[in-house]
Design a protein around this ligand. Structure first.
Ligand SMILES: Nc1ncnc2c1ncn2[C@@H]1O[C@H](COP(=O)(O)OP(=O)(O)OP(=O)(O)O)[C@@H](O)[C@H]1O
Length: 256
């Protein structure tokens, strides 16, 4: 039996959310109830428009909650002040899709450039760091290639290395309790998608934090199953028309 000894990292109770005003007001989330614990890997799936991103942005403190209760790291988000939202956001790492690569820079220079924007890397071996980040996505041997000579999937991986270095660097420094990722595998081939997910899980595991991942990508569900050896507990949350339809806690990992 799985014994829960800690408070949920995120707890939603009877959470509703609406967009628009007056006659245009439309309910996007209906009565969401969900407890997420430290170390959970939550994969949110469901058709387009089902409310995944809305729920993700609420759980990431990126939008204020309107109705019901949403606690993130013990802080109630319904009618939270700007300062309270900011304090919660500081403890969260964000990974969002799409960063264009500069066509006139090599893969290494693209990753390096994003490092240069961050004070914490000044005076460090940025070339070495850029290469190790490319290696971690399996592209160590493509460091000196220009984006135009890389495949679509390879480009996505360089972009991931670039932004994950930038965003996860901050994440690693600030030790986030939660990492949010929106469509991190969009447009990736299966192998690249798997690499990206495994990389994210590995980094999250090293930090011992909770991952919330939104995807349209059904293949990611297979990846999650395969990746069981990497992590303790996966849950696949399926949404439809603003309702949470199912929440599958990984049965095997639940034991003990
Ligand atoms: N800013 C907004 N203003 C008005 N309606 C919105 C807004 N954002 C989302 N919606 C509506 O809320 C519903 C849920 O959208 P949401 O983006 O959360 O779905 P999703 O499951 O993430 O979809 P997708 O997979 O296509 O990204 C949709 O009907 C959408 O049209």
């Amino acid at each position: 039996m799985h014994i829960v000894t800690t408070e949920p990292v995120i707890s939603a109770q009877n959470l509703n959310h609406y967009f628009g005003e007056g006659t245009l007001r439309k309910q996007a989330l209906f009565d969401i109830n969900l407890d997420i614990y430290s170390g959970d890997i939550i994969i949110m799936t469901g058709p387009s428009g089902s409310g995944k991103t809305t729920l993700l942005t609420l759980m990431g403190g990126l939008r204020s909650a309107q109705e019901g209760s949403l606690k993130i790291l013990g802080q109630e988000m319904c009618s939270a002040s700007k300062k309270q939202l900011r304090d919660v956001r500081r403890q969260i790492g964000y990974i969002f899709q799409a960063h264009n690569l500069m066509t006139f820079l090599t893969a290494r220079e693209n990753v390096r450039m994003s490092l240069e924007l961050h004070d914490e890397f000044l005076n460090q071996d940025m070339d070495g760091k850029a290469i190790s980040m490319l290696e971690s996505v399996g592209l160590g041997n493509r460091a000196d290639y220009y984006p135009d000579s890389l495949s679509g999937g390879q480009k996505q991986r360089v972009a991931f290395a670039k932004r994950s270095r930038r965003e996860l660097a901050r994440a690693l420094i600030s030790q986030p309790r939660i990492v949010l990722a929106d469509e991190p595998t969009a447009a990736l081939d299966k192998k690249s998608g798997r690499d990206v997910v495994e990389l994210m899980q590995k980094l999250a595991k090293e930090q011992g934090c909770t991952i919330l991942l939104v995807t349209h990508d059904n293949r990611i569900l297979d990846i999650a199953v395969d990746a069981k050896r990497l992590v303790a507990r996966h849950r696949i949350i399926y949404m439809e028309d603003g309702h949470l339809i199912s929440d599958g806690v990984d049965a095997a990992a639940k034991v003990g």
